[in-house]
Design a binder for this molecule. Structure first.
Ligand code: ZN
Ligand code: ZN
Ligand code: FE
Length: 759
């Protein structure tokens, strides 16, 4: 007897990151391999498959789907139901239809190895094509207008595919099967120099000449323009600094390849892995002592922000086979924007913002629809510690089940903080953090914030039912939040800044129980109207209680007190003869000093503060490391560098002489400094002492509240030395320690914390 295997039809829904990562072609190939008939379609929120086969084949097919799914995809859930038999004669990809649901937008992906090979293969028809891409690589979020992800809903819609490209696009054998941004030298976008007739390879050649000669070139990338110059040319870097009004803030450097990185920096295998990952973030690496990178690229800092080329255009800038043989292997690559403003994404804005001083602007006609700055990552004890989560990561959702109560699953918009702004949209258990917006201090940033909120709501099809913002009464971001809440006619909820930092850490760690939250940062609005920034909380996702803080001091001088480190130092010298100290350490001019004393004495322009950032400022000032900061976090970064450089870690004896308060720690350091102790050792002592204060304060809290988990968050914990020392000490006290890893501990993570607040 012959057994006829019964054919059945199944409806399969695959949820996850399954758009823009070559998922449909992969399904097609897999179906062919198992002789499964049917269809696959993008549904926006999921991929839908109709599969006709027997049960046994179905199992094998699904196994293969799970096991071999494309490297950039993530399957979160597969639903299978049997349906009435349909008639299929083959397997094919059908056009996308649109349905509303949990949407996964793919981030932008750096050029893959295969495309890189083809780019420099003379026999390939995409030889030197600046926009080469495939199903595994290329722009995604930044060119996307709407979901589902299809060419007609991207900025590639203006480019008609040529016959050859169309053939590849439609062939399941091709690496570019169903690749939406597919193009070639015949049909793709075009590179050009602004204000010049030069195009494509000629334009790139000219840009290279300018760079070799020490000039400045603006280069349009994936998420915006960069300003570039030779990173080993001191004068070129100097000129860029002068024109960008950025005196000392470190510049990131793009190296030609991993070998050139290794010549200048030390890197661990974990760092190497991230540096060369498809996301291609900027990774902070320790500079070698004998580096050839110009000293003014990252002055007085022992680290360098390093990235690798991630677009074909970057590769061509480094390696175009032309008449230039001495092209630098490292370029400064800094965001193309006036300091503090959002990154420029179109020619008009580029021309206006830096056309004056750039020797050339190299652009192209593939529109950037959404900004995405480079992501920046540091490492703490060889674990990643995100500083800026943007290109390559946004808007991948963060999954968390912190909302056990289904009524709190309504869609939210968390607008974030004022500095390093990102915002976040939530739907069900998913939090979609936006790319980096920047500092919401100026009108342009406010506009970009508003536009990006609209675009992301649109892309993700989320209509917020509540808007969340910071408690600060004067934050522009909070004003924007209030406006948006009004437009949607939904409630506005405010979350305290430092509590939000801890919430971001709880969300990232998917942690539900009560913790001791140590929230240290620069400045935030406290519940009592004073400035907070060195806080100890008892909290969970619903409630918080401030149970401790670092020593209070008086912040005098308004906004200036955040930049002029010496002001905080003077404020903390209550038990010293300030004039005498200033005479010895030369912190500021006698006039400035007199002014500050006057403010303090008469309580003018003074506010009570527990800002840990200002404590770092004060210590950096008395150690002669930084008296006036030109960028946020400068004093802390330099202090850390100085501590790490110091070989003498235990010069200071009797480390526990200060009675575990920051005021005493400061006074002890000042005393030692006046006695002539080595600055590096004192910087190290400060880090050790602060870590000790955190650990013993947590111990005290544990004794009263019996909580054994500590969450560390806030911008101060970007300091890998402090964090590492603190974790060691807390572990010695028997604590479990939660840290941020892929969500920044700085204000870039505030939106995630706001969204995690449960009410
Ligand atoms: Zn590729
Ligand atoms: Zn083509
Ligand atoms: Fe903060």
């Amino acid at each position: 007897m012959i057994l006829i295997k019964e054919k059945m039809t199944f409806n399969i829904k695959i949820f996850g990151i399954v758009q823009g990562v070559g998922f449909r072609p992969f399904i097609n190939r897999t179906a062919d391999a198992f002789s499964v008939r049917g269809t696959v379609a993008n549904k926006g929120s999921y991929v839908e498959i109709f599969a006709q086969c027997d049960l046994e084949t179905l199992e094998k097919f699904l196994d293969a789907v799970k096991k071999n799914s494309p490297p950039r995809s993530t399957i979160l859930k597969i639903d299978v139901t049997e349906i009435d038999e349909k008639n299929f004669t083959s397997f094919e990809i059908i056009d996308s239809t649109h349905e509303v649901g949990d949407i996964f937008v793919s981030p932008d992906i750096s050029i893959c190895e295969n495309c890189k090979q083809e780019l420099f293969d003379k026999t390939n028809r995409r030889y030197l094509h600046p926009f080469i891409n495939c199903t595994a690589c290329g722009p995604r979020l930044t060119i996307l207008e709407h979901m589902p992800y299809d060419r007609e809903r991207t900025s590639m819609k203006n480019f008609q595919m040529c016959e050859n490209c169309a053939e590849e696009y439609n062939s399941s054998e091709s690496r570019r099967f169903d690749a939406q941004p597919i193009c070639c030298n015949d049909c793709g976008p075009m590179v050009y120099l602004l204000n010049s007739a030069e195009k494509n390879l000629d334009a790139i050649n000219t840009a290279r000449k300018i760079l070799v000669d020490g000039g400045i070139v603006a280069i349009k990338g994936i998420g915006g323009f960069h300003l570039a110059c030779d990173a080993k040319n001191f004068d070129a870097v100097k000129r860029l600094r002068e024109n960008k009004f950025r005196p000392t803030k470190p510049f990131a450097v793009m190296f030609k390849d991993i070998n050139s990185v290794e010549r200048e920096c030390n890197l661990t295998s974990a760092q190497k892995k991230f540096l060369d990952s498809p996301q291609k973030p900027i990774v902070l690496l320790k500079k070698k002592s004998a580096t050839n990178i110009a000293s003014n690229v990252a002055p007085d800092i022992n680290r360098l922000g390093v990235m690798l080329p991630y677009t074909p255009l970057h590769l061509l800038i480094f390696d175009l086979p032309d008449d230039i043989t001495n092209f630098p292997d490292a370029l400064v690559m800094t965001s193309g924007n006036p300091s503090g403003s959002p990154i420029s994404i179109d020619d008009e804005d580029a021309q206006e913002s830096f056309g004056e001083f750039c020797d050339a602007i190299i652009s192209h006609d593939r529109k950037i629809l959404l900004r995405a700055d480079d992501s920046v990552m540091d490492f703490i004890d060889d674990e990643p510690s995100m500083i800026r989560r943007s290109r390559g990561y946004a808007p991948l959702p963060i999954y968390f089940d912190l909302f056990p109560n289904p009524s709190s699953l309504f869609p939210k918009l968390a607008i974030g903080g004022e500095l390093k702004n990102t915002f976040c949209l939530t739907k069900n258990n998913l939090m979609y953090a936006s790319p980096y917006i920047g500092d919401i201090g100026n009108l342009k940033s406010v506009d970009v914030l508003k536009n990006s909120v609209c675009r992301m709501c649109d892309l993700l099809e989320i209509t917020p039912e509540v808007v969340i913002c910071d408690k600060h009464p004067r934050y522009q971001s909070s004003k924007v939040a209030a406006q948006i809440a009004k437009i949607f006619d939904v409630p506005l909820v405010k979350v305290q800044h430092h509590y939000a930092h801890i919430l971001s850490c709880l969300a990232e760690n998917n942690f539900h129980d009560e913790v001791i939250g140590v929230s240290f940062d620069g400045i935030g609005y406290g519940d009592d109207g004073t400035i907070w920034g060195g806080e100890f909380f008892i909290c969970d996702t619903k409630n918080y209680q401030r149970v401790g803080h670092i020593s209070k001091f008086t912040q005098a001088g308004g906004d200036k007190s955040a930049r002029e480190c010496w002001r905080s130092a003077i404020s903390m010298m209550k038990n010293f003869d300030v004039d005498e100290v200033n005479l010895k350490l030369n912190l500021t001019t006698p006039e400035n000093l007199a002014g500050q004393k006057f403010l303090l004495k008469n309580n003018l322009n003074c506010i009570e503060s527990t800002s840990c950032g200002r404590l770092f400022d004060a210590v950096a000032s008395i150690l002669g490391i930084c008296n006036v900061a030109t960028y946020e976090g400068e004093a802390a970064m330099k202090l850390q560098s100085c501590a790490e450089k110091s070989g003498q870690w235990s010069v200071v004896s009797g480390q526990k002489n200060f009675s575990l308060i920051t005021e005493k720690l400061f006074e002890e350091i000042l005393t030692r400094r006046l006695e002539g102790y080595e600055v590096g050792a004192l910087a190290r002592f400060f880090h050790e002492g602060l870590a000790e204060i955190i650990a013993s304060t947590c111990e005290e809290i544990k004794n009263s509240y019996n909580i054994k988990t500590v969450a560390l968050s806030g911008g101060v914990f970007q300091n890998s030395l402090l964090t590492s020392l603190t974790v060691v000490k807390l572990n010695l006290h028997g604590f479990k320690v939660l840290l941020n890893k892929m969500i920044p501990p700085n204000d870039g993570g505030i939106c995630i914390g706001q969204a995690a607040f449960t009410f």
